[in-house]
Write a protein of this length. Structure first.
Length: 480
């Protein structure tokens, strides 16, 4: 990336100051409009990046003067932060937005807004404009930092506002963040994607890859540690590409090492990694850094080289396995591998699907995120011949999930009797008095304990491995 193009990838400070001024203006508007503090309801669909975006949206709304509620019928502002990765998520958005038509009619002062990846698609935005006239504000992924100004225009202009610029996106630093969880934090390190997998809409709605400056990440990371964050997850559509657009370049492995050296009791996670950019340097860094979780989420999508080529994944089955074998050589059984698989990609045959099953057997992932192919308008795969029926793909899907269930159970048994330092994150599901924790490999261990332990690290011994979760018991320091 040239110096000039790098410069345009960062929102100018004067623009951020302009949004601060609109925040002050909005504070006056809502004070005049409402007798008491209005509440906002922010509804988030999709990936962790969307969750992080919603935390910024809430941060700006809090600065303006909004409180928050999970009940959309108790809110004066309802924002849907949408996902475009699969059709099911889009259908849920349309259904939930449509259900507010009567509520809006009865409460005309309520503002309904939509943002996120769905809205960055022109045909979706047009559908909202034509078929959902009660929606007041629609904005794309590249202008989240402009929310104060967009709200001001919506509430004072008397017209619906649609702000969906066709651009590669930019990095906006200094947006206030209202985090949903004090001890667990999402930290975006880059945005966008350059890979253009043939089935994926993300590059079209998130723009080209752009990395945050290393020092900005380090500063925010230090703040999170100081405020008590115990698990910090670095986010990017492809974190392995971090720093390639910076001047001078910085590798993701280098960033991890510098974050690992920061003082404090915390764990670093990251997602998502792309196999074509996953380097041996990164795997060696994971193995040598004591605060970096030994969990590698590395999607392979298919075990067939022909299908991988049609997907435009730019690696082979053999190259993927070489990475997994090297990672296990460095980290042994303590490494947890998870992956994504698409079943029924256009043109995939059953013989090619069986190649995926054989790869699943060889990788021995602790868990898989599996999906039946969902066509995305505007992607190359959506124009490919797709002769296999949905019914047949569903049979393949069950064959895959049945296989992985057996493998997951086998992988869990490897941990029986072992003691792990775990981050306790919430209520358990095995029993009413259980709480849940994650070990370094992102495996869930539930144990009997008090809710006051949530947000802390505890030493947990695995006493009963189940299929997708393990039952454990807390171990006192003196017992170690």
């Amino acid at each position: 990336m040239s110096g000039e193009s790098r410069k345009t990838a960062v929102v100018d400070k004067s623009q951020m100051e302009k949004q601060k001024q609109f925040s002050y203006k909005m504070s006056s508007v809502i004070s005049a409009r409402y007798d008491e503090m209005p509440k906002a309801c922010v509804i988030t669909y999709g990936c962790q990046q969307n969750v992080a975006d919603s935390e910024k949206i809430k941060g700006m709304l809090e600065q303006i003067g909004y409180g928050f509620t999970d009940d959309r019928h108790d809110a004066k502002l309802i924002i849907f932060n949408t996902c475009a990765v699969r059709e099911h998520a889009e259908d849920r958005v349309f259904g939930n937005v449509g259900s507010l038509k009567q509520y809006k009619r009865e409460n005309p002062d309520v503002i309904i807004a939509l943002c996120g990846c769905m809205m960055q698609q022109k045909h979706i935005a047009q559908k909202i404009k034509n078929s959902y006239p009660f929606v007041d504000l629609v904005f794309g992924t590249h202008v989240i930092h402009c929310l104060p100004e967009l709200l001001y225009r919506t509430m004072t202009g008397g017209k619906r506002v649609f702000e969906i610029p066709d651009m590669d996106g930019a990095i906006a630093e200094g947006i206030p963040v209202k985090r949903d969880n004090g001890a667990k934090a999402w930290l975006p390190i880059m945005y966008g994607c350059n890979n253009f997998c043939s089935y994926c809409i993300v590059p079209y709605v998130r723009g080209r890859e752009r990395s945050r400056e290393k020092q900005d990440i380090i500063n925010e990371f230090r703040q999170l540690v100081q405020r008590g964050s115990k698990e910090i997850t670095l986010l990017g559509q492809n974190v392995n590409s971090y720093g390639k657009d910076l001047i001078p370049q910085v590798s993701f492995a280098q960033l991890l090492r510098e974050l690992n050296d920061i003082d404090g009791d915390f764990r670093i996670r990251f997602m998502t990694s792309h196999p074509k950019d996953c380097t041996k340097e990164l795997l060696e860094t994971m193995a040598s850094c004591d605060k970096v979780a030994q969990h590698l989420h590395l999607p392979f999508q298919s075990g067939s080289n022909r299908v991988l080529k049609a997907m435009n994944r730019n690696y082979t089955r053999e190259q993927y396995l070489e990475l997994i074998h090297y990672a296990r050589e460095l980290m042994g059984d303590e490494l947890s591998v998870t992956s994504d698989i698409i079943v029924g990609f256009p043109g995939e045959t059953y013989e090619e699907f069986k190649e995926t099953l054989s790869l699943v057997k060889e990788v021995k992932a602790t868990s898989l995120f599996t999906f039946i192919y969902s066509p995305r308008k505007g992607t190359p795969a959506a124009r490919m011949d797709d002769p296999v029926s949905q019914q047949e793909k569903s049979k393949w899907f069950k064959e895959l999930t049945d296989l992985q269930e057996k493998i997951s159970a086998q992988q869990m048994k490897l941990h029986e009797g072992k003691i792990y330092k775990c981050y306790v994150y919430g209520k358990g599901k095995l029993n009413d008095n259980y709480i849940a924790a994650r070990n370094d490999g992102n495996l869930i261990i539930e144990f009997e304990g008090d809710k006051s332990l949530i947000g802390t690290f505890q030493n947990i011994k695995v006493i009963e491995p189940l299929t997708f979760v393990m039952r454990g018991e807390i171990v006192k320091e003196k017992e170690l």
